[in-house]
Design a protein around this ligand. Structure first.
Ligand SMILES: [Cu+2]
Length: 292
């Protein structure tokens, strides 16, 4: 009887979720940014949208205003569906071909950078909404010229890290290890994060220097949690999840525990909002059941 009750609850939840989807704007989405090595948008946000310190961040604000920085956790393509190279022309990789983020494509050598070394590297990605999917991280090939616009062919075909992202993130971070190959000088780490519960994907460029940064180069800093919190009100993307993607850890465990349920395939096709709605109802139903 339990499985019947689960299924019946699920149908009700999906109906409710579907109705809700129709009323929900699809624009305001929140996702995250690479904090180690610090991505361009994160580095400029950390300096402060109103008080950028490095010349390149000052120029970004002069060109594009402060909104791209307050929206540091966006840089997405809603309907990417894995077609990254078809959708993003050479020279537009860092902005994901979004006019709003065009300044991120500037081929300059004064972007704040993170000093790195060949070998194991601990990537950190700060997410304001966790998503199920795959994060693939690339680095530019030996001999890459950072004064030229970044092209797809500049990226080494072998990723430096591939991380399957969960629908929860401990303390708001995805942490995973990769392996940086031998390089010298300034390079770009490029991240593609493709959701598997929606066609949406996210992109970023992080500037890194091998062999020690020159004294004149700005060191990239990631935004502090206080800085993130301070900018939430000025962001146009949600910092509290969207479509119910964010889940409390307890709910995530509950959802995982229903993997044998007939609900799960239906949920996979119904999207994150339905998943969350169904999960919430399942959980409340279970709590009710165990209480009674
Ligand atoms: Cu998101």
């Amino acid at each position: 009887m339990l499985s019947y009750r689960r299924a019946a609850t699920g149908v009700a939840a999906l109906s409710a979720a579907t109705a809700f989807v129709g009323l929900t704007p699809t624009s305001a989405a929140a996702h995250g940014a690479v904090f180690n090595p610090v991505s361009r948008v994160a580095a400029c946000y950390a300096e402060g949208p109103e008080t950028p310190k490095s010349q390149v961040c000052k120029d970004l604000v002069a060109d594009s205003g402060t909104q791209p920085l307050y929206d540091w956790n966006e840089v997405n393509i809603a309907n990417a569906a894995g077609q990254h190279q078809a959708l993003i022309p050479d020279g537009k990789l860092c902005s994901a071909n979004r006019a709003k983020y065009r300044a991120l494509d500037w081929a300059r050598t004064d972007w704040p950078a993170t000093a790195v070394a060949t070998g194991a590297f601990n990537f950190k990605v700060r997410v304001t909404a966790a998503h199920s999917g795959t994060m693939t991280v690339y680095i530019t090939k030996p001999g890459f010229d950072p004064t030229q616009p970044l092209k797809w062919s500049d990226l080494d075909a072998t990723p430096v890290a591939v991380h399957n992202t969960a629908r929860t993130a401990t303390d708001g971070f995805y942490n995973f290890t990769g392996n940086l190959p031998a390089r010298t000088g300034r390079h770009i780490v490029y991240k593609v994060w493709q959701r598997n519960d929606s066609p949406e994907a996210f992109y970023s460029c992080s500037d890194v220097t091998f062999g020690g940064a020159a004294a004149t180069q700005a060191k990239a800093q990631a935004p502090t949690e206080a800085k993130i919190a301070a900018g939430v009100a000025l962001s146009t993307v949600s910092h509290a999840g969207h479509g119910g993607d964010e889940q409390a850890p307890a709910l995530s465990a509950e959802t995982t525990g229903t993997s044998s349920s007939p609900l799960v395939p239906a949920l996979a096709g119904a999207g994150a909002l339905a998943t969350f709605a169904a999960g919430s109802l399942l959980l409340s139903r279970r709590r009710n059941s165990s209480a009674s």
